[in-house]
Design a protein around this ligand. Structure first.
Ligand code: DGJ
Length: 743
């Protein structure tokens, strides 16, 4: 462990000794001219952030970009503010901008001290670099207010190989009473380029991940959520910023970022008066003033980012490697294919219907049957979305022999059994609501406003946390054979009021903290069972929650044409092993197209198997077998986006395993206009130029023949320079190719 300590008071002594110079130094530092302090290099395999304290000990970001060969040279980098002109306050480039003293721009932190004073200054005290293992290091930097006993530690966790950084802060004080925190960012970054291009996302139910790419202009652009739960519904916490011009797959400087928080988040992107970009990210401070007791620690969630000078493709591959290795539960493992009953039955099922579906699960050849919404509630049976939510006892009419019977039936059929829950929400028409109205987030003096006929339980209350953990305990104790959980979350928080909280402004933050406590406890007891993170479609997709989940539901919109676009954008931030894609009856495309699209992630089905005609059934059964043959590449391989559906008649993507010996390429027609198709060969990527590869079409519909030569062999060099035409056209709207090294 390397330890560096620079004591601010020592520097003060030096300054006193050179008293003749004091005025000069103060003047220079006021203009942000003087960078005298220790340089802190935070380096990954290719990138670096350099921090430096000025003569007033204010810590600034003096560099963000490609790592220098000689670390000693970071000290020569002039502060960006100096390069671009004067910023008056000298702290536009602050590594954690405090509000209320000399700052003139958007703060990272804003507080009211115990005595009512609203000023904050933060000065560098010391830093520490800890090597966690061969790949991970943790740099912490201590900042203190020179007047108040108030301090912040900034953390930078660096994953060398993946060029990923997770950044967060810990705030504490020893004042005589509580300090009110009004803003509390996780990270405050600073970039210097000619132009900044933001790719952000917006959406709604069934319209997740709609991208917009625009140039950032002077002023502040805020990405945020105030929905309390399912933050992704309107705006996901993931985005990218390109520097100088919009990055392409293989060219350009780009940062991919995401806030690891499953509630209200906020990202400020401020182009300052000197044309630098200030990025401040973390939990949203909206309606969330937080009262911090003396000696208590306030830890923010992490903001994670990766930076690439070789375009979005590399950045996302690095992020995928990181996510599989360090974040998503069992990210390097395998996933189970499944049959879900939601769209085939909705709430209308009973034991014989489900027993038949278990047989269909086997017939289809998938691993798990997933029983969705509608299996519970007796006083208020869950026969529609109006009632029963919160009453987690099997409905005796629908399931007279309980879930246990179905779990056993599944075993008899040689498949596994999974179950849907929505543990955070309640229908007013439920016994839970009748008995525990104080557990519900609601304004006692106002009309209740429902979202999908639901309200949200107050997870900031430990009793409610116990209740939710209890739902899982009951399920697993009674049915140890349960093999899969779908955790849904449909409602947003209206009328944000808690009967439990002393201070209402703590609710939004403590809700998510409570949620994580529950997930932590569930995972401690049931560490391995695969869980799908679902939220009325893809309403909650973030790395704060994915730590506890093996996968997420991308969207209720399973129209494959729409999915191609959504999956494409999600794929920048989340590896395909985590994308749950189901074949359903949405859309007008044939079953082959629907299945081919769903195969580009974790494959599932939500169709009426016994209504499939002979060929469709045969195709699906064979597709499950084919999927198993290429799923290793889809789950663990490197993803190359070859053609974007937004710019071409077709989308083309390929996954290649790490030793570059096997790949699978997905091609889909996304335009129905006359003669639309793959008019030119598509250049493959990621192969070894010096190796030979065979290319063959897989997943053909029964009794159709490929128009491609069977198992033609080409060099990697040829496939990457000239390319290969999958012959996509109106008669062949989706084509999957398997590419194998020819030894
Ligand atoms: C919303 C989910 O996204 C659907 O897949 C389904 O589980 C329903 N909820 C059930 O109510």
């Amino acid at each position: 462990m390397e330890v560096f300590k620079t004591i601010a008071s020592k520097q003060k002594q030096v300054i006193k000794l050179k008293s003749g110079l004091i005025l000069f130094i103060i003047l220079l530092s006021y203009k942000g001219f003087s960078q005298k302090g220790t340089v802190i290099n935070i380096e990954s395999a290719h990138n670096a952030i350099a921090l430096q304290a000025d003569t007033g000990n204010r810590l600034g970001v003096i560099y963000f970009g490609t790592k220098l060969n000689n670390p000693a040279e970071y000290a020569n980098i002039p502060a960006t503010t100096k390069r671009q002109g004067s910023d008056y306050s000298g702290i536009f480039h602050s590594a954690y901008t405090p509000a209320g003293s000399r700052n003139l721009v958007e703060p990272a932190i804003q507080v009211t001290h115990a005595d009512g004073n609203t000023s904050l200054d933060l000065q560098y005290v010391s830093h520490n670099i800890k090597k966690i293992d061969n790949n991970i290091s943790l740099t912490s930097v201590l900042l203190k207010d020179p007047v108040y006993p108030f301090e912040v530690t900034l953390y930078y966790k660096v994953y060398q190989k993946e060029d990923v950084v997770e950044q967060w802060s810990v705030i504490r004080h020893k004042e005589k009473g509580n300090v009110m925190l009004q803003k509390f960012a996780s990270a405050n970054l600073f970039f210097s380029a000619n132009q900044y291009w933001l790719r952000q996302y917006h959406g709604d139910w069934a319209r997740e991940m709609q991208p917009e790419e625009t140039r950032l202009t002077p002023g502040i652009k805020v990405l945020d959520s105030k929905l309390g739960t399912r933050e992704n519904l309107y705006q996901p916490p993931s985005f990218m910023v390109s520097f100088n011009s919009p990055a392409t797959e293989d060219e350009g400087k780009v940062l991919l970022g995401s806030v690891e928080w499953s509630g209200n988040f906020r990202v400020d992107l401020e182009v300052d008066p000197l044309n630098n970009l200030r990025l401040i990210a973390g939990m949203n401070n909206f309606a969330s003033e937080y009262s911090l007791k003396p000696s208590e620690e306030f830890t923010t969630p992490a903001f994670l980012y990766t930076y690439s000078v070789n375009g979005k493709g590399l950045a996302s591959r690095n992020l995928h490697d990181w996510a599989r290795q360090y974040k998503i539960l069992n990210g390097k493992g395998s996933r189970m294919t499944l049959l879900n009953n939601w769209e085939s039955t909705f709430f209308d099922f009973n034991e014989p219907i489900l027993s038949a579906l278990l047989k269909d699960t086997k017939k289809l050849g998938v691993d798990v049957f997933l029983l969705d919404d509608g299996w519970f509630g007796n006083k208020y049976p869950r026969n529609n979305d109006n009632a029963g939510l919160g009453d987690w006892q099997e409905n005796r009419k629908k399931l007279p022999n309980g879930l246990g019977y179905l779990v056993k039936e599944a075993q008899k059929n040689g498949v596994k059994f999974g179950i849907w829950v929505e543990p955070e929400m309640v229908n007013p028409k439920s016994e839970l609501y009748e008995n525990h109205r104080d557990w519900v987030i609601r304004e006692p003096n106002r009309t209740e406003h429902l979202y999908r006929n639901q309200l949200v339980l107050d997870l900031s209350n430990p009793k409610v946390q116990d209740f939710v953990v209890g739902i899982f305990d009951t399920l697993f104790i009674k049915n140890p054979g349960l093999a899969f959980i779908k955790w849904d979350c449909n409602a947003v928080i209206y009328n944000a009021h808690s009967a439990y909280q002393q201070k209402q402004s703590h609710l939004y933050i403590d809700y998510v903290r409570g949620l994580y406590k529950v997930m932590e406890r569930v995972r401690a007891k049931y560490p391995k069972v695969p869980m799908m993170l679902c939220s009325g479609g893809g309403g909650r997709v973030d790395y704060g929650a994915l730590k506890y989940f093996t996968e997420f539901w991308v969207s209720d919109n399973t129209d494959p044409l729409e999915r191609i676009f959504m999956q494409y954008e999600y794929s920048y931030f989340f590896p395909s092993i985590a994308h749950d894609n189901h074949v359903t009856d949405w859309g007008k495309q044939p079953i082959k197209f629907r299945t081919d699209v769903a195969m580009m992630g974790k494959l599932g089905f939500d169709i009426v198997v016994n209504k499939l005609d002979e060929n469709d059934l045969k195709f699906c059964q064979q597709a499950v077998v084919n999927y198993k043959a290429v799923s290793d590449e889809v789950w663990h391989g490197d993803l190359y986006r070859l053609l974007s559906p937004r710019e071409n008649d077709l989308a083309s993507l390929m996954y290649i395993n790490k030793d570059q010996s096997k790949a699978v390429m997905f091609n889909y027609l996304v335009n129905n206009r006359y003669a639309a198709g793959s008019l030119l060969p598509i250049k493959l990527k990621g192969l070894r130029a010096d190796r030979k590869y065979s290319v063959k079409e897989i997943n053909l519909y029964p009794s159709t023949k490929s128009t491609l030569a069977e198992s033609a062999v080409y060099s990697g060099n040829y496939l990457m320079t000239i390319g290969f035409n999958p012959n996509v056209n109106a008669r062949r709207t989706s084509v999957i190719l398997e590419i194998n090294e020819d030894k």
